[in-house]
Design a protein around this ligand. Structure first.
Ligand code: ADP
Ligand code: MG
Length: 244
């Protein structure tokens, strides 16, 4: 996926601007920034849910966006912030919604679901529960299975560990790392948390008030900060890690 000269405003307020950014197969790119820095807006633009004011997003060289062919949009999987499961569909219903719409045979759906249940370590007997009867960690696993069901090339995750208790977070975090390594997809992972960036990022993009402050490995940002803000942001986060 490639981004070029992308910007999106709401009214006269810049939500996100990115000059150039690419993510390749097998790479996890982490977008990190405080609340309100434009991370979710960026993912929504990449997912084609929101039109950019300027610029382009390309996947496999083709333009992505609200008007692009659906086949191209289906090369994406998207876990929205807070999971976004349909409350009136069971876990199974949520995961299989798109592929049933695409007309997959039920045997193919069952086989794919078996794979994903094993991959995400989701308890199979919970597949027929409503989202409100699942734990927070289970709901996130359902959101992840839903995003992976049709085997997308690019996976977008918006604070997938954000709303979880610390122990569940650590457990799902370990599973996610294993899953990313196993699948070798391109992943864009949004977080406000440096510990998650350390755990997941091949490369890190630090954003502040809609603008990219620095792109690099976590180590690059620590050892060669582009601005004093980088040090300040990482310092505040490292203090939090210390307290935790
Ligand atoms: P983050 O995900 O980093 O917390 P967001 O992308 O949600 O940040 O928001 C970035 C900025 O854009 C914020 O100032 C937010 O209030 C604003 N914003 C986001 N979505 C909308 C919207 N649909 N309408 C108006 N303003 C929005
Ligand atoms: Mg957000």
């Amino acid at each position: 996926m490639e981004i070029e000269s992308l910007s999106r405003t709401f009214g006269d307020r810049l939500a996100i601007r990115i000059e150039r950014l690419a993510v390749v197969r097998g790479e996890t790119l982490v977008i990190m920034g405080a609340s309100g820095s434009g991370k979710s807006t960026l993912l929504r633009v990449v997912a084609g849910l929101l039109r950019p004011d300027t610029g382009y997003v390309r996947l496999h060289g083709e333009l992505l966006g609200p008007d692009c062919p659906r086949e191209l949009r289906r090369r994406l999987g998207y876990v929205i912030q807070e999971g976004g499961l349909f409350p009136h569909l069971t876990a199974r219903g949520n995961v299989t919604l798109l592929v049933r719409h695409l007309g997959w045979e039920s045997s193919r759906i069952r086989a794919r679901l078996d794979e994903l249940v094993a991959l995400t370590r989701f308890p199979p007997d919970a597949l027929d529960r409503w989202p409100r009867r699942l734990s927070g960690g289970q709901r996130q696993r359902v959101s992840l299975m839903r995003a992976l069901m049709h085997d997308p090339d690019l996976l977008l995750l918006d604070e997938p560990l954000g709303a979880l208790d610390p122990l569940i977070r650590a457990e799902l975090g370990r599973d996610l790392r294993r899953i990313f390594r196993a699948l070798g997809k391109a992943v864009i992972f949004v977080t406000h948390d440096l510990a998650e960036a350390r755990a997941f990022a091949d490369r890190l993009v630090l954003v502040h008030e809609g603008r990219v402050v620095q792109i690099g490995t976590v180590r690059d940002l620590e050892e060669r900060p582009a601005t004093p803000f980088v040090t300040e942001f990482l310092g505040a986060q490292t203090f939090r890690e210390g307290v935790a």
